[in-house]
Design a protein around this ligand. Sequence first.
Ligand code: FAD
Ligand code: UDP
Length: 367
Amino acid sequence: MYDYLIVGAGLYGAVFAHEAALAGNKVKIIEKRNHIGGNIYTEEIEGIHVHKYGAHIFHTNDSEVWTYIQQFATFNRFTNSPIANFKGEIYNLPFNMNTFNKLWNVSTPNEAMSIIETQREHLNGKIPINLEEQAISLVGTDIYKKLIKGYTEKQWGRSCQELPPFIIKRLPVRFTYDNNYFNDKFQGIPIGGYTKIIEKMLEHPNIEVYLDTDYFEDRKNFNTEANKIIYTGMIDQFFEYKYGHLEYRSLDFKTDILDIENYQGNAVINYTDKETPYTRVIEHKHFEFGQQDKTVITYEFPKEWEVGSEPYYPINDEKNANLYKKYYKLAQTEKKVHFGGRLGLYKYFDMHQIIKASLYAFKKLNN
Ligand code: FAD
Ligand code: UDP
């Protein structure tokens, strides 16, 4: 008998397992993929740490989380500064004075603000009710049309008028010449890759990890194996889609090894027009200032989730929020099971939020 059965060896499950084992609990983790790490998994190809499930940049404002993660890795000084490519025109992200200068040939914050002011006049100061209104009220119509609309509608497969405003508020808007994608105090890439972090978290005699093991293949038996279950898979699947499917966005990744040193000159380039079928191209070596002779790049093609594909992004619009509430209520009645992580809570969480939530859950459950 284990104290905890953890479904999913992603970041949430691994942090929980680590804390539980340190506190003397016996932990069994089952993971349906053939590797640990969930979506932060990195794999070495040509001496380069490849982010197998999309670019992952660690960033946080929370010193506790930052101190916590340092136990498992040393972070480099990488600062995410993606580039937007709109039909061959290059712009700096996030939206800042470099972007405004390139777009409008303005050089002062006042000039940029006054153009944005004119471009959002038609909204009359109204509180934005969808992503389109939110975007225009932040940066005006030119940027919305060139850098947001196409990218967002490819990424989410929905019109910007149907999407919630909060998604675009993830991106800073700055009236300084600063291309740092995040406002957080701490940021970097773990030297040696993310997989090593998870390996370290799970390296404890109290933890057993079983790969290629799907909870739903034998849930009755798994349920009898532990006193408590930490479930980090899809919440709607847990309840056999009783109220219907929650919607997710999935991705296809296409990775190429190129016999050149430097393909695109930056770790992340976003293709913001609607015609290019991929949203971004990652050149992995630039996350670690790599000097290898070859390079590895990955194209990210968004698609709607269907049974059999990976559910990368919860779609936190109103329709899905209402459906999630019903599953959440059901989850409250499961006394033995705790739901956590991006899929268990159906929330667009970044890594630092996952760590925080997992640490909090452990403290609450383990007393
Ligand atoms: P997951 O990593 O999804 O782990 C859940 C695990 O559970 C998976 O391994 C899954 O296989 C397993 N599982 C599910 N169902 C079952 C089952 N039935 N039986 C057994 N195992 C099961 N965050 C950042 O902070 N910075 C970034 O730059 C960033 N970039 C991102 C880019 C992309 C493309 C994506 C998709 C996410 C990004 N994130 C980023 C978010 C980050 O990936 C998540 O916050 C984090 O990985 C979530 O961890 P998790 O453990 O909740 O989920
Ligand atoms: N976004 C955009 N243009 C860009 C980059 C982002 O319109 O060039 C919007 C898009 O809607 C995206 C959201 O901002 O889904 C959040 O971007 P982020 O880079 O945080 O997305 P993630 O890395 O989580 O996929």
